[in-house]
Design a protein around this ligand. Sequence first.
Ligand code: PLP
Length: 495
Amino acid sequence: MSRKRHPVPTITISEPLIFEKSAPGRVGCTLPPLDVPAQEISSLVGSKNLRLEIAEFPEVSEFDVVQHFTRLSTYNYHIDLGLFPLGSCTMKYNPKLNEAVARYDGLSRSHPLQPDSVSQGCLEVLKMLERCLLEILGMDAITLQPAAGAHGELTGILLARAYHSAHGRARKFILIPDSAHGTNPATAVIAGYTTQTLKSNDKGCIDLKALQAAMTEDVACLMLTNPNTLGIFEENIIEIAEVVHSKDGLLYMDGANMNALLGVARPGDFGIDIVHMNLHKTMSTPHGGGGPGGGPVGVKKILEPYLPVPRLERADAGKLRLNYDCPQAIGRVRAFHGNFGVSVRALCYILTCGRDGLKKLSEHAVLNANYIRYRLQEAYDLPYRQPTLHEVIFSDKQQAKNDVHTIDIAKRLMDYGFHPPTTYFPLIVSGALMIEPTESPDREELDAFVEAMLAIAEEAKTNPNLVREAPHITRSLRFDEVTAARKPVLRWTGA
Ligand SMILES: *Cc1c(COP(=O)(O)O)cnc(C)c1O
């Protein structure tokens, strides 16, 4: 039985957009009286710096402002409101404890240019996070500098290039499976390589024969995601690593989303040489909208000399210090120590979960995805029947017979009060619906989502127009997503 779900606050379309609340003369705060003689101001600041007319700021009361922003927040869907099943993005609940700890004065108000001697607490936080991540990833050395997943990829590939150069090898290519995240080929090209696409086999995995044929001494590395973007664990990962290493190539793993592996399997143990991980996905930092993130990169010993400076080292008497004297390092990839607040949240999350908790959350993430898979596999086409881990990919094949497509299903979900899943990705599945519930939702929430999806599958048969014209109850109906992305209007310019 499903629990009654609170309706998501939506506004009927006929309600006027209450945005411009300014009224002449309304005041939000009172300024202290002028404490310099008015006639002297001009000579003090220079008459050309004096504003003679009041700027066109909104004239609003404090209550107006509070109402305005609270109302705007209800126009949006967010992770604290309900299930956010965006596959690959790992939109999990962010415990508020992490926020409280990140705001401690000693952490949030310290300056990155303070000398090491008075930064020991903050450096200790970073060192502890490094140790935890090395254990989780099974790697030998790590940098916390990169600010996002794609940034971690670029750092990792620059490390691979530095490593090959140091060994006198000028390699040209990077192999990338056709199921890869779009950032992988972009990274390879930005780092100066040419990409070669590896076609997946009918199980959705890397085809060993194709890999053997492509893996020459001109290939710098293979970039793979594991579990891949179909949610499938590469069952031949050990053989894959052997093929790559047999030609002195490196194996790069995009570990942006480690939600299936925590405490269960370690990239370092299955042959990975370089791996990045998104703290803002797996280790719970609020993300989306381009906010601060963290993309640490872990490496095997052979790549350690090339890691970005400064390296965090334990010196005399156990004190931590920043070492800039690393002649083979690729340099800096970001100012200071990366997004420190994100590192604090990640460490807090890891320590609260503990070893057993991390393993349990991965198991729950996998269980939740498989529960959804099991309950929807009749109503929606499942293009790959292999066991899947933390996410499941359906397609719109059955609904397409009634001319109802992935975009329509995604939009209709909004009427049921859910954020849509990732759509049309991975590219190798036509009309993909990529669902990743994470470990956060409870059984009732999963059931409500499943029932919404089942209801939509039924509507696609009996009333396809209803789905095709969705959403019906959101503030914005269907908009032109291409123009919205290419020519975004980000500023209120008045009614
Ligand atoms: C999210 C994601 C990325 C990119 O991470 P950003 O932090 O958005 O740059 C790369 N690869 C995979 C598999 C991802 O899921």
